[in-house]
Design a protein around this ligand. Structure first.
Ligand SMILES: Cc1cc2nc3c(=O)[nH]c(=O)nc-3n(C[C@H](O)[C@H](O)[C@H](O)COP(=O)(O)O)c2cc1C
Length: 213
C-alpha cells in the first residue's frame, strides 16, 4: 500500500473572503507576492509556465518572474528554447505560482508577447557578467555533447570580454504575459478551499466569481 496517504494535512493558515478581494487582480497578486517574499519561502518569484506545441502537447518549466507591470508578468529566456519556439506559434500561456507553504496558489491564463529589444537590453545589462556569458554560451533546449564543451566556451568568452561590454545576443529575450484570467486559491479546512476567479471583460474590467473547491 502506498505511503502517500500519510502526507495529508488540513489547510488552516487563512481564508480568502469576498471582502479581501481587490477589484484589480494585479493589485491582489502584488499583495500575495509581498506576503510570499516576507515569508522567506525559497524563490518566491518562481513560477511554472505551461506552453503547447503544434500538436497541442503541453509542457511546463519553472522561470523567474522578473517584473510585474499593471498589465502583466515579465520573464526572460532564450528565444531559441522550446518554450519560446512554442510561444512563437501559439502565444497562449499559463503561469502557476506554487506557494504551498502559504497554502496558496495562483493560476494565470493569458497570452505572451515579446518584449522590446530595449527592455531586454536594460535587463540583460543589469545581470552579473557571468550570467550574461552563461546566456550566450547556452543554446537552450538543444542537445549538447558534454558539460566540458560549455565550460570551455564559457572560459573563452570570459577572456574575450575581460575588459569590454558583452553584446546582447539576438537569441535572448523576454515576454510580457497579459492575463485574461487569474485564479487565487487559499486552502481551507475540510478541503473547502477558497477560490476566486477573475476574468477580463471586453470593457477591461474584471468579472469575479467564487469557484467550488
Ligand atoms: C528556480 C528556477 C528558475 C529558473 N529560471 C529561469 C528563467 O528565468 N528563464 C529561463 O529561461 N529558464 C529558467 N529556468 C530553467 C527552466 O526551468 C528550463 O529548464 C529552461 O528554460 C528550458 O526550458 P524549455 O526547454 O522548456 O524552453 C529556471 C529553473 C529553475 C528551477
Amino acid at each position: 500500500m502506498s505511503k502517500f496517504n500519510q502526507y495529508r494535512r488540513e489547510y488552516t493558515l487563512g481564508s480568502l473572503e469576498e471582502g479581501d478581494l481587490n477589484p484589480d487582480p494585479m493589485a491582489l497578486f502584488k499583495e500575495w507576492l509581498d506576503v510570499a517574499v516576507a515569508a522567506e519561502i525559497p524563490d518566491p518569484n518562481a513560477m511554472t509556465i505551461a506552453t503547447v506545441n503544434a500538436k497541442g502537447q503541453p509542457s511546463q518549466r519553472i522561470v523567474l518572474l522578473k517584473d510585474l507591470h499593471a498589465d502583466g508578468f515579465v520573464f526572460y529566456t532564450n528565444l531559441g528554447s522550446r518554450k519560446a519556439q512554442e510561444l512563437a506559434h501559439n502565444p497562449h500561456i499559463s503561469l502557476h505560482f506554487p506557494w504551498h507553504m502559504l497554502e496558496r496558489q495562483v493560476r494565470v491564463c493569458g497570452t505572451a508577447q515579446p518584449l522590446s529589444r530595449s527592455a531586454v537590453a536594460k535587463y540583460f545589462f543589469s545581470r552579473p557578467k557571468d550570467s550574461q556569458l552563461g546566456a550566450i554560451v547556452s543554446k537552450q533546449s538543444q542537445p549538447v555533447s558534454s558539460r566540458q564543451m560549455l565550460l570551455t566556451q564559457f572560459a573563452q568568452l570570459q577572456q574575450k570580454y575581460a575588459n569590454g561590454e558583452i553584446p546582447l545576443p539576438d537569441f535572448w529575450g523576454g515576454f510580457l504575459v497579459k492575463p485574461e484570467q487569474i485564479e487565487f486559491w487559499q486552502g481551507g479546512e475540510h478541503r473547502l478551499h477558497d477560490r476566486f476567479e477573475y476574468t477580463k471583460q471586453a470593457d477591461t474590467t474584471w468579472h469575479i466569481q467564487r469557484l467550488n473547491p
